[in-house]
Design a protein around this ligand. Structure first.
Ligand code: SF4
Length: 233
């Protein structure tokens, strides 16, 4: 057994997966659509344009529409394939993200990366962003007016990427994205709709660090996403 296989099995065990049905299983790296997605900030003719992304990125980096502009180190725009079939959307940057200018790079980010890997994908296959682009001080929840000011940026990112599936990570991110007061424990694992796109709410990786027993729930949710995208386990 190779080291990669050993690591993969250990990760699946850590996510709460207890059984592998190997009978007739066909393992593929990615769905055909995802497999064509390339590296960060690549542009596909007819889906999104470099000019639109550049304008949106510049607008976001120069934004001072809410008080969070005064305390940020970096604007955390988003990373990944601009033609991805799958978007992960979280709440707001934390300390590590604020320092590095990239979403999900701390301990919670590493766990998200592991989850993406368990889905037979890489961070370059998907697009990762937060609803709020600047870190709230002391990692407090974003205020309603901050969410309202920042929401158009994630809406425009979604419109440019045009993913088939969005995974909303955590209650605050889900509520900020949709503008609806969902309880994450009630809607987790159920398909919702966001502007005509399939939306799967699940727990935030930071919650999984505090509550490892919930990893199995998230893995079950990700299996639904894999099925929706045609990724065979
Ligand atoms: S959080 Fe959003 S709205 Fe507020 S300053 Fe940053 S980019 Fe602008």
């Amino acid at each position: 057994m190779t080291d990669d296989v050993v690591q993969e099995l250990a990760l699946l065990r850590d996510l709460g997966y207890t059984h592998l049905d190997l009978a007739g299983a066909k393992r593929v790296a990615t769905s055909p659509a995802i497999a064509t997605a390339t590296a960060t900030d690549t542009f596909a003719e007819g889906t999104s344009t470099e000019a639109e992304w550049a304008a949106l990125r510049a607008e976001t980096h120069n934004c001072d529409a809410c008080r969070l502009a005064g305390t940020r180190t970096n604007v955390v725009f988003g990373v990944g394939s601009t033609t991805a079939d799958l978007m992960f959307i979280g709440e707001a940057p934390g300390r590590d993200e604020d320092e590095q200018g990239e979403p999900f790079v701390g301990r919670a980010g590493q766990l998200l990366t592991d989850i993406i890997k368990a889905m037979k994908l890489t961070r370059d296959d998907v697009y990762i962003a937060n609803v709020i682009k600047c870190r709230p001080p002391e990692n407090r929840n974003p205020e309603p007016d901050e969410i309202e000011q920042c929401r158009p940026f994630i809406q425009r990112q979604v419109a440019l990427v045009q993913p088939k599936v969005i995974v909303a990570l955590g209650r605050v991110g889900l509520q900020a994205l949709t503008g609806k007061s969902y309880a994450i424990s009630s809607v987790r694992g159920q398909w919702l709709d966001f502007e005509g796109i399939r939306l799967m709410p699940t727990y935030h990786p930071a919650y999984l660090l505090r509550t490892p027993s919930a990893k199995k729930d998230v893995w079950n949710d990700m299996k639904k996403v894999m099925a929706e995208l045609g990724i065979q386990f």
